[in-house]
Design a protein around this ligand. Structure first.
Ligand code: SF4
Ligand code: SF4
Length: 439
């Protein structure tokens, strides 16, 4: 694609990076066929190519974002299916991230939306605040239908997504020693924010599998949210400050083999720290090192000699490939191979490249599209008649679980169970309805 940025514009490193991305696009439109928002409504402006044109026009002409641009960019899930499909290697993720920052700086959203976004940005990345918000949401949960009926769709979406049980205490900074006489590795575990408050059993399972395999696990003092929640809302400075805090926390640790992450959305962002902080002389080098050490839990476990500890559970697992894992990190084989190796029967979800509609805060900010995508996803999953749904991202688990009675668990919970850990809580609750091998 031809561009006409001026030299003065190209002096801005963000514009220079976006210009390079725009030039790589050859307008072929292959990406359109795999874009979930285009598939729903067939609007070219809700396709990757349409969005690329909107972004090019906005940036090239150095124009403030219009309501139309904000509408179509906001509808983008950042699922990155388009990046997997693109034959020209267009880095849509960096382009849309840049567009979101430009929108945040130049477009004034309606008041209600500004407040909602500010509230999400100030609550979700901070576990204590999120715990309080979650406690309030649980009290309001019975009123979700009422909220929907009076048109408060975003409030209804928040209440529906809130779990029925109370928030959990977060994982405190500490070291979990490796079992056995010989330490085979040392990793930092990103405890995260939402993940840890909503589903502490995920990190607990990861810690058990790792330590049982001879790996020491460190939850570092000072590490917190990876920054992705605010990053995807265009709040660049907040995202960078959260990234810097993590880099400081992990750089202080000696002898790490990896930084292990159990939420694939966070993993995609941590792996991008090198790019995000490339112009910050105080952090660029360390950010690149941290990004290089980041591993999804399934990537790290795939290199360990795990073996099933009990008779193979034999459950049928519908494996939902989270977009951030399959498109963002290109981790596709390892979760399924681990499950098969440990005795599960794994089924791929048809149209597995399509997002479930979770996408960070998307299912709150765009509840209608998110609901339609969930219905489509749940339909394809239930068609497999699985015993359990496995995914590598708490966002997908929460989103899908809100639309089905099937239990949704993290892949590492199944891995832990099959290698000697407890049955995942969501599965325990469903065991009576499953076939005898689950009992
Ligand atoms: S990131 Fe996903 S929703 Fe956004 S343009 Fe690409 S495929 Fe479409
Ligand atoms: S597939 Fe790639 S090159 Fe083709 S239109 Fe989409 S982004 Fe551009």
């Amino acid at each position: 694609m031809q561009t006409s940025f001026t030299l003065a514009q190209l002096a801005d490193p963000d514009i220079a990076a976006s210009e390079k991305i725009l030039r790589a696009c050859v307008h072929c439109g292959f990406c359109i066929a795999t874009c979930p928002t285009y598939l729903l409504d067939g609007n070219e402006l809700d396709s990757p190519r349409g969005r690329i044109y909107l972004i090019k026009d906005m940036l090239e002409n150095d124009r403030p974002a219009t309501a139309e641009v904000a509408l179509h960019i906001d509808r983008c899930l950042s699922c990155l299916a388009c990046m997997t499909t693109c034959p020209s290697g267009v880095h849509y993720m960096h382009l849309v991230d840049h567009a979101r920052v430009h929108i945040e700086h130049t477009y004034r959203r309606p008041r209600g939306e500004r407040l909602l976004r500010a509230m999400l940005a100030k609550l979700m990345p901070y576990p204590r605040r999120f715990q309080l918000a979650l406690a309030a949401a649980i009290l309001g949960k019975p009123f979700a239908l009422l909220a929907q009926a009076v048109g408060l769709k975003r409030l209804a979406a928040m209440l529906r997504l809130a779990p029925w049980r109370g928030p959990h205490r977060r994982l405190a900074p500490q070291i979990f020693p490796a079992a056995g006489p010989r330490i085979k590795g040392r990793v930092a575990l990103l405890a995260g924010c939402v993940n840890d408050v909503l589903a502490p059993q995920i990190n607990a399972a990861a810690i058990r599998v790792l330590t049982r395999s001879g790996v020491e696990v460190v939850v570092a003092e000072g590490a917190g949210c990876c920054g992705s929640l605010v990053h995807h809302m265009g709040r660049k400075e907040e995202a960078l400050s959260q990234a810097r805090a993590n880099i400081d926390a992990w750089a202080a640790l000696e002898g790490l083999d990896a930084i292990v992450i159990t939420t694939s959305g966070c993993g995609t962002t941590v792996k991008d720290y090198g790019f995000m902080l490339r112009t910050d002389p105080a952090y660029a080098e360390r950010a690149g090192k941290v990004a290089g050490l980041a591993r999804d839990i399934s990537e790290y476990l795939a290199a360990l000699p795990l073996a099933a500890d009990q008779s193979a559970p034999g459950l049928v697992v519908a494996y939902h490939a989270a977009c951030s894992l399959q498109h963002g990190q290109r981790v596709t084989r390892q979760p399924k191979e681990l499950l098969v190796k440990l005795g599960f029967q794994v089924k791929d979800v048809p149209d597995g490249h399509l997002c479930c509609g979770s996408a960070g805060t998307y299912n709150i900010l765009q509840p209608d599209i998110a609901r339609r995508l969930r219905e489509r996803k749940v339909g394809t999953i239930e068609g497999l008649r699985p015993d359990v749904i496995a995914a590598g991202n708490i966002g997908c688990m929460t989103q899908i679980a809100a639309g089905t009675k099937l239990p949704a668990v993290h892949t590492v919970e199944l891995i832990d169970w099959a290698t000697g850990g407890p049955c995942p809580p969501a599965l325990r609750e469903h065991r009576s309805t499953m076939h005898p091998a689950a009992g």
